[in-house]
Design a protein around this ligand. Structure first.
Ligand SMILES: NC(=O)c1ccc[n+]([C@@H]2O[C@H](COP(=O)([O-])OP(=O)(O)OC[C@H]3O[C@@H](n4cnc5c(N)ncnc54)[C@H](OP(=O)(O)O)[C@@H]3O)[C@@H](O)[C@H]2O)c1
Length: 265
């Protein structure tokens, strides 16, 4: 039985992961953390997720929970991730970062932490998107460069980062397939920006209602369009993928990993 600690436990993904863990088995939570200001502090993790009590109280301190953890899962906010990385590295506990919208500071902290622990950064833990990333990389490599690449994503109205971490990962996969540096070709938003430049990878974003997550990558040339896409209809798909990643990470040696490593094993 793998012992896990959940950071961002009171949020949408925290609840979905708690529910999925109860139905799947093989992993139990020994600790749960949320913001110090959270109304959920002191609440039982299971009760907060609509389940029977699990005997794990949601607290605000990660460090004291780490001696009893085989793996940590962070689904919180980008500003939290640096601290989670530092604490997990100090305690030698592998970490799954599901939080999206990471900036340079957090990515550098991840590189540093990965020298001493296993770190898996997964902007999308679904099986379908993990495969889609590979399909996009291959399509971008196979098609001539006059096929314009455009990425669309839609999410619920509460989502904080845009474009989504998954959309950016798809853009990176496409740029990699083309042998281009992502930052040289990414156009993260358009507003009166003039005609499209050759080689650009453009992003379009929609925020509305309770959309769980939709992504599509269009390869468009004169006379045809190839559209590769993914629609998530239930957060449980991310939760199940997160649990698979956490089980895979427990006991893993230091380094940086992706969901593709989980899928390929
Ligand atoms: N990898 C994937 O497949 C996947 C799928 C879906 C979402 N995500 C990402 O996962 C993250 C969470 O998404 P969500 O929809 O669950 O968001 P959410 O409902 O806002 O949950 C985030 C939780 O983190 C808490 N938090 C804030 N500061 C904290 C701290 N210092 N320590 C611990 N917890 C803290 C928040 O508390 P407050 O509300 O009090 O701030 C909230 O309860 C986002 O970055 C999202 O984009 C990833």
């Amino acid at each position: 039985m793998i012992r896990a600690v959940l950071v961002g436990a009171a949020g949408r993904m925290g609840r979905a992961i708690t529910v999925a863990a109860q139905s799947e088995g093989g992993l139990r939570f020994t600790g749960a953390v949320d913001a110090a200001r959270s109304a959920a502090l002191g609440t039982d993790l299971g009760v907060h997720a609509g389940l029977a009590p699990l005997g794990v109280s949601i607290g605000s301190e990660l460090a004291p929970l780490l001696p009893c953890a085989d793996v940590v899962m962070d689904f919180s906010q980008p500003a939290v991730v640096g601290e989670t990385l530092g604490r997990c590295a100090a305690a030698r506990v592998p970490l799954l970062v599901g939080t999206t919208g990471l900036g340079t500071e957090q990515l550098l902290a991840a590189e540093q932490a990965a020298r001493s622990i296993a770190v898996l950064i997964a902007p999308n833990t679904s099986l379908g998107v993990t495969l889609l990333l590979e399909l996009v990389r291959r399509a971008a490599a196979a098609l001539p460069t006059d096929y314009d690449i455009e990425i669309f994503e839609a999410h619920h109205r509460e989502k904080k980062d845009a474009p989504s971490g998954t959309a950016l990962a798809l853009g990176r996969a496409a740029a990699q397939g083309r042998g281009r540096d992502f930052d040289d070709v990414a156009v993260r938003s358009r507003s009166g920006s003039g005609p499209r430049q050759p080689g650009e990878i453009g992003f379009a974003v929609q925020r509305a209602g309770d959309i769980v997550g939709e992504h599509s990558v269009t390869f468009a040339a004169a006379g045809e369009r190839l559209v590769l896409g993914h629609v998530a209809t239930d957060r449980a798909v991310f939760a199940r993928g997160a649990l698979a990643a956490a089980r895979w990470l427990a006991g893993r040696h230091a380094g940086r990993y992706t969901m593709a490593d989980v899928l390929s094993s």
